[in-house]
Design a protein around this ligand. Sequence first.
Ligand code: ZN
Length: 450
Amino acid sequence: MSGPAAAPAPPRRLFRDGRLFDGRRFVAATDLRTGADGRIRELGTGLRPEPGEEQVELHGRWLLPGLVDCHVHFREPGLERKEGYATGSLGALHGGVTSVLEIQNNPPLLVTRALQEQKLSGRAGISRVDYGCYVNLVAEALPELAAMAARAPAAKCFLGCSTGMGGVDDPALLRRLFAAAAAARLRVVAHCEDDAVMARAQAGLSGAQALRHERNRPPEAEIESIRGALAAAAQAGAGLHVFHVSTAEGARLVAAAAAAGQAASASTAPHYLLLTAEDAAAAPQNRLKVNPAIKSAEDRAGLLELLEHGRIACVGTDHAPHPLSEKARDYRQAPSGFPSVDLLLPLMLAVVDRFRLSLERALAAVTGDAAAEFRLAHKGRLAAGADADLVVADPGATRVVDEARLPSRSKWSPYHGWTLRAFPERVFLRGHEVFRDGAAVGPPRGRALH
Ligand SMILES: [Zn+2]
């Protein structure tokens, strides 16, 4: 009896003369050895080549753990015209990302074990990065929530929204959902914006203000929703991670709850660290229309400060592609979100270069800290035994972003024309080279993470 043919083992490699970032900090070691099992064997300095080993001379370039993006939308199955795992995962490699945690926010939502299984097994042979998929925390998911827990990084809840796409605006239902997640030992990951607060804000808007996204979705909508989510999670005994926090006050509320002993944490997204509401209002074609809305320079400064001190756990892109033809509609009709996974590593460097965020914190937020936050024990680290997910990048090499050349499907970017640095040159997934000089190498090798 024999099972399916085993995947060929990756070459054993010795990376030499690099600047190694271990997921938390740059380390003294300059060399790293990987094994035929696709794992890191050792770090050191002056490591001697072994017979049969392929040598990679880094000439002082960075060697980083593959990035972990905890929040992407690849829209497969169901909305492949907007993205898909083939294009989305190649975009991820372009951004230095080797693991994604993905949210299905178009039908079919992941609400049964069968749909979850189809989602996970159906991406094998398509995805070029390892992937985990949140289940959708909606009423329809309750009967099989516990059965889905083992293969899910967490359960995604859209708080305070009544769109039907996984949104929950009924407090009683919210309590039931959080209690069910706690019983299933699933952490809740949440989009927090309160519909009622937004409706009140919108009722008072007129003229040009009515076309300002951050006036339609004001800071209080996020802050109030986070307050409610923290209370509901505490009451239910559910762990809570608040995604893409855009306000300093919202992030402070989560940090204060965590400091008081609650199992609560938060992440933010590159655009909240790089841009302001003024930038968003000036961008053509609603390119920076995103939910939550991009807020003030004061909010940006507060988020940077909290991230620097580890009170925001990590950064995920919220890669949410739409065709530019849809974004270019009138403000009210234009969908929210934009592609960004293609640029994650260079964007984190842009945060460092433009604002007060240390290099090591910026890198840790998308490697070691992101992996630790989502309990991916073998990811995000350069350490013996960890997966040999590796990124080679030259921090001194700059490039102007050309949206037409980005791999993900939309072929536009709000960062078009920006000069960024440290674009990944080579990327390895579990020891296999999967990306080099802007192009995929070899077949798709991505696997389900859970
Ligand atoms: Zn999202």
